[in-house]
Design a protein around this ligand. Sequence first.
Ligand code: NAP
Length: 505
Amino acid sequence: MICISLGRTRHSSMMEEHRALAEKGAELVELRVDFMRKRPDIGRLLKDRPTPVVVTCRRKADRGRWFGTEDQRLAILREAIIGGAEYVDLEVDVAGSIRRYGKTKRIVSYHNFDETPLELFDIYQRMAKLDPDVIKIVTMANSPGDNVRMLEMVGAADVPTVGFCMGEMGTISRVLCGRYGSPFTYASFSREREMAPGQLSWAEVRNLYRFDHISERTAVFAVIGDPIAQSKSPLIHNAAYRRLGLNAVYVPIRVPPDRLQESLNELERLQVAGYSVTIPHKEGVLQYAEQMDEATDLMGAANTLFRRGGQWCATNTDAPAAISAIQEGLRKAGCIPDLAARKVLILGAGGAARAVGHGLLQQGAVVTLTNRSRDRGKSLAGELGCQFTSWENRGSETCDVLVNCTAVGMHPNVDETPFEQHWLSDSTLVFDTVYNPEQTLLLKQARNRGCAVVSGVEMFIRQAALQFALFTGYEAPVEYMADTLRRSNAAARTIVSPEQSGGES
Ligand code: NAP
């Protein structure tokens, strides 16, 4: 079950939105009465309520908005109990002074906005003595391992326990707490209206992560990187699981640059079955792998960790994905999809350039690489064993295939291009690895110039589809994944009005 936190300043809007949530299928709503501008009228809020509720009135010290005295706050909580609210939230320091009455269930809660204490289980045991129906423990995650300890505590609890971590690093436990027996998780009305750091929206928890389908048998996959919040991988992998009816979930985990080995060791306790790997861990993850294929070994970077025969195997699906996208582009342009001896210019010298460069050279292409930072570009060209040309000179020669592996043109800098339009020849196939937006300025100008084009979405979906097959053993629903990504890119471009975003009134 998902509990949606609702905080509005006026009674009328609180009740109106509560009704709207009920119509959309909400099963449990937390009324954050500390958000109300006037003293909350509990009777009015509870009368004719369309769903079961949790009544919560948070003090400022607990990052709430309650402006009155503590006595007034406790009186409100007692009113909620007398009024028959299904649940009332009682912080651990006041739970002892508020008696059980009627059918109202007591959620005894503990929040820590700084850290996830080592003695989580001791905290749980102290709370268990306060006559709880549900224990709620919410702490700040400062490392991926904090989630692991939290979920283990939830799994070991006798009293039903809602336990998860806050902050960007806490997403995994907000989603996976159901796998460990948490009776519900919390979500916000919308992303713009999160009530706690890192809180996910109801739409994300319900539709993206399908919280209500998560059980102890759910297989867990993840993408690790830093930053990770903007990753589109959870969107398309979860969409694919949904499409194929698989009991699996895919979560983003922010793993700081210096925490890779330690985090993977700790996450082992959650039995994560496979990882997508992104910046800055593509090289470091090889140290964790017990097996890797020859191409990945040669490349020195992997974007996938999967299990085979009890061992972690590393591979790189970026390179084959890029090659297959280019070959498909050539085919569509009426050319033979053979890259041998084709002249290719790669812009960029980061992880994408490394993978695409390797893939192209293996196909026998004649590759030249250029990069804004000369030393980095020269160094990668030397490693790959291909030509280097200076950034200033990049438009001086024609090529059969141009590949943009820089971040230029990526959202929000959509008016930028790494290559002048008049440098393009109509016989060049232009491939932009940037996938948000799909139609970059480079691709638009190339199309106007009469060039065949391939977008980054083609590569992104292919690399994810290869991962999906390694993770699950099933063929990926490629078209469905691509449609999902395109719809999400389009939605992100839509300007959201304050009413639509549900801004505080
Ligand atoms: P990275 O390792 O951080 O490398 C970034 C590259 O972009 C570097 O070569 C950098 O040049 C260059 N760059 C950044 N800003 C620039 C600017 N204003 N002008 C010129 N060059 C600039 O990142 P990455 O992993 O290689 O990713 C690069 C791009 O590939 C991103 O847009 C990413 O979305 C895309 N990508 C797509 C896929 C896919 O599946 N479609 C997969 C991976 C990556 P300097 O060295 O001079 O900083």
